[in-house]
Design a protein around this ligand. Structure first.
Ligand code: SF4
Length: 715
């Protein structure tokens, strides 16, 4: 229950914030959200399921709402708040603006920290090794595959100096310039080569950042880091789930990030190559450990490695022998593969197994390989721990152990991935749930690699059960929110993707935007002769766009393909001398800045962009008054996972188009339309140049799920 005292703290905080914010209007949607979030997390609706899913329209001020709904309660109950976002833009807004403001003005005593993945921190150890040198060997410990350039060495020296004198904290984001990937990848912190146990490593930037995190009451993370923590069982990187209120902002991205985290792939020849060296790594470790207890795991690793190699070789021969069947278009009987191929320029490169079912022989090998890689992983882990102990005890010299530990670290990483992949191939799919998507991808010989190789991949199709298992059922409480969670005016689609249910005591709220859509914005459905699939559609866009561009001074035109955007832009530049800024021709930041400058100077400005410009682009006020959407953002299922998902829906008697594509398109269109009005006083026009919203049955559903703009259907 929320105590009166706590309610008073929240009310007082909201009041003080209002007094310190210019142009603050207390909004009833916002106060409603604060109350609902606080009540849910306090267990007023359910003691066991403190979860609320909220679609909060643009302008509701959801970050303030969830902060005030969760932080005072967490402070009172000695819990942590973990805010997870999908985009860096939102993380920056929270850490640089919203949370500092709240801390300063809400009368709440709390600390917050941005938690970043390990790979965003430099490894002090590797950096020191990279800049070490002596007369005989100018780059001792330097691990570049090719001789580094003088400028690379200068950069590394500058990094080392800044880290040592304390002027740099050691994270890539706070380095003054953009660090080239080939430099960063050599010195970034990674789990497997980390020698944390050694006393010399107490000044490690990554571990210092983790200590700061532990002190913080509120952590800001991204979905990927959240998933990484949950994968380790929760509470390893972030606070423990049962001690944490999770706020999942931009929650519509969570299912996809979860799926990406749950997938795995390996290259067959590539894996055989490193497995050939694994036995050697084990022997080197055993020699350094110099103790009897290293002998057994080293011998076992050698034996299991040998068996693993034999099994992997069988798989390679099998795929090689069947390559003409798997990768030839003519031999393909699978309808979904056919559809996939016709839409993909790498059409003969991918073979997806129908319904995830793999040949029996492959499954048998998968079971054996999974077992053997699990055993090898265990032996290597034993050797790794023994070597660390041996260094700590002073039996092995550190300078000898370090390169071997680094090598073993990479092997551990690869073995973990190998085990994960073959586990998914060995698994027998349950008849009650969606099968795994399993596919092969041909990798043609390239300049750097003259051999034909194959990528073996697997991914779950549905991840709702993973989220339920690792997060919802474990956490103290959770708030899932976004401006676009409903699809076709229902939570069903999201609920299913995220593993939530209708009747499990989870709460659902839809809070509409305070914007006056009827009076401030018009939605025009343009009179078009052609549907987007018609060959003449692009020419019709070229012909009609100038009229719609004339509707406003600040225009954003969204396309669903690059080629169409470029073709239309070229024609309009040539025929109408229009000054158009096109996505891809400059960086996103440059496009936005130059657009704003032109708007500030009262000049016409037109941006052409694709799907990625329909989300997260913030052009308030006069920076956007004319939004044109050329085509409904349907995406054709081109990836093997999407194909497998569509196939599964069909197998269950469903219609993949209505079940997957239409709800997905509806959400994307709401996102795209959300670019127009960013503040309560903003005004403008949205023109939709896809007549299917009025000619097709599903079109009405899509139109009805948009905010209540004033509609004009051109006849
Ligand atoms: S503790 Fe690990 S990441 Fe940190 S400096 Fe040492 S080896 Fe590198």
């Amino acid at each position: 229950m929320l105590t009166d005292k706590l309610k008073q703290v929240i009310r007082q905080a909201y009041k003080t914030i209002g007094e310190n914010l210019s142009n603050f209007n207390p909004r009833k949607q916002q106060t409603f959200l604060i109350a609902e979030i606080a009540k849910t997390l306090a267990g007023e609706y359910s003691k066991d399921r403190k979860i609320i899913t909220i679609e909060a329209g643009t302008g509701t001020g959801k970050s303030l709402a969830y902060s005030l709904g969760a932080i005072p309660l967490a402070l009172a109950r000695d819990k942590k708040v973990c805010i997870s976002t999908a985009t860096v833009a939102l993380q920056e807004q929270l850490v640089d603006k919203d949370l500092p403001f709240l801390k300063k003005h809400a009368g709440l005593k709390f600390d917050f920290a941005l938690a970043k993945g390990r790979q965003r921190y430099v490894c002090r150890q590797k950096l020191t090794q990279a800049v070490s040198h002596n007369a005989d060997s100018p780059q001792v410990g330097f691990t570049f595959a090719e001789k580094p350039k003088a400028s690379d060495i200068r950069t590394l020296n500058a990094m080392h100096k800044a880290l040592t004198d304390g002027s740099w904290l050691g994270d890539i984001d706070s380095w003054k310039t953009q660090l080239p990937h080939h430099i960063w990848s050599q010195v970034q912190s990674d789990k497997h080569s980390c020698l944390k146990g050694l006393s010399e490593h107490s000044h490690c930037p990554f571990h210092k950042a983790r200590e700061t995190m532990e002190q913080a009451h509120v952590l800001v993370v991204n979905h990927s880091l959240l998933l990484a923590d949950l994968e380790l069982g929760g509470g390893r990187i972030l606070s423990a789930p049962d001690e944490t209120y999770y706020i999942i902002d931009e929650a519509h991205h969570l299912p996809k990030v979860t799926r990406d985290h749950s997938s795995a792939s390996i290259t067959l020849r590539g894996a055989i190559d490193w497995l050939t060296k694994l036995r050697d790594t084990g022997d080197k470790m055993a020699k350094l450990i110099k103790s009897q207890r290293a002998i057994s795991p080293a011998l076992k690793l050698g034996d299991d490695c040998q068996d693993l190699l034999m099994e992997m070789q069988k798989v390679l021969t099998f795929v090689d022998n069947n390559a003409c069947v798997y990768f030839s278009e003519n031999q393909d009987s699978n309808t979904f593969n056919k559809a996939f191929k016709s839409n993909n320029k790498n059409d003969d490169q991918v073979y997806r197994f129908d319904n995830g079912i793999i040949p029996k022989t492959l499954k048998n090998w998968a079971e054996d390989i999974h077992e053997l890689s699990k055993k090898s992983l265990s032996h290597l882990n034993k050797l790794y721990s023994a070597l660390i102990e041996s260094v700590k005890d002073g039996d092995t010299q550190m300078y000898l152990a370090e390169p071997v530990l680094g090598e073993a670290g990479f092997m551990l990483q690869r073995l973990e991935n190998l085990t994960a992949l073959w586990k998914m191939y060995a698994k027998t799919d349950s008849e009650k749930a969606a099968p795994m998507a399993r596919w092969l991808q041909k990798q043609n010989p390239s300049k750097g690699n003259a051999r034909q190789d194959y990528l073996i991949c697997a991914s779950p199709i549905e991840v709702g059960f993973t989220l339920e298992d690792k997060l919802w059922s474990q956490c103290e409480g959770a708030v899932l929110c976004s401006a676009t969670l409903l699809a076709l005016n229902s939570f069903d689609h999201f609920r299913f993707q995220a593993g939530l249910k209708n009747n499990d005591d989870s709460q659902y709220q839809q809070v509409t935007s305070p914007f006056d859509y009827q009076n401030n914005a018009q939605l025009v459905v343009a009179k078009m002769s052609n549907e987007p699939s018609a060959a003449e559609f692009t020419d019709e866009l070229i012909e009609k766009l100038p009229k719609y561009l004339a509707q406003g001074n600040a225009s954003l035109v969204l396309f669903s393909s690059y080629w169409q955007m470029e073709k239309v832009a070229q024609a309009l530049r040539d025929q109408h001398k229009l000054d158009i800024v096109i996505q891809g021709e400059h960086s996103r930041q440059h496009i936005i800045e130059s657009h704003k400058k032109r708007c500030d100077a009262d000049k016409e400005s037109i941006i052409f962009g694709t799907q990625s410009f329909s989300e997260g682009l913030d052009l308030p006020g006069n920076y956007l008054t004319n939004l044109i959407i050329t085509k409904l953002p349907f995406s054709v299922p081109t990836s093997p996972v999407e194909q497998a998902q569509a196939e599964y829906v069909s197998a269950k008697g469903g219609n993949p188009f209505m079940t997957l594509s239409v709800p997905d398109t509806s959400k994307k269109l709401v996102q795209a339309c959300g670019r127009l009005l960013r503040n309560e006083l903003d005004e403008g026009v949205i023109t939709l140049m896809d007549k299917r919203v009025v000619t097709k049955r599903y079109g009405k559903q899509i139109l009805d799920s948009l905010p209540p703009f004033k509609r004009i259907i051109e006849k």
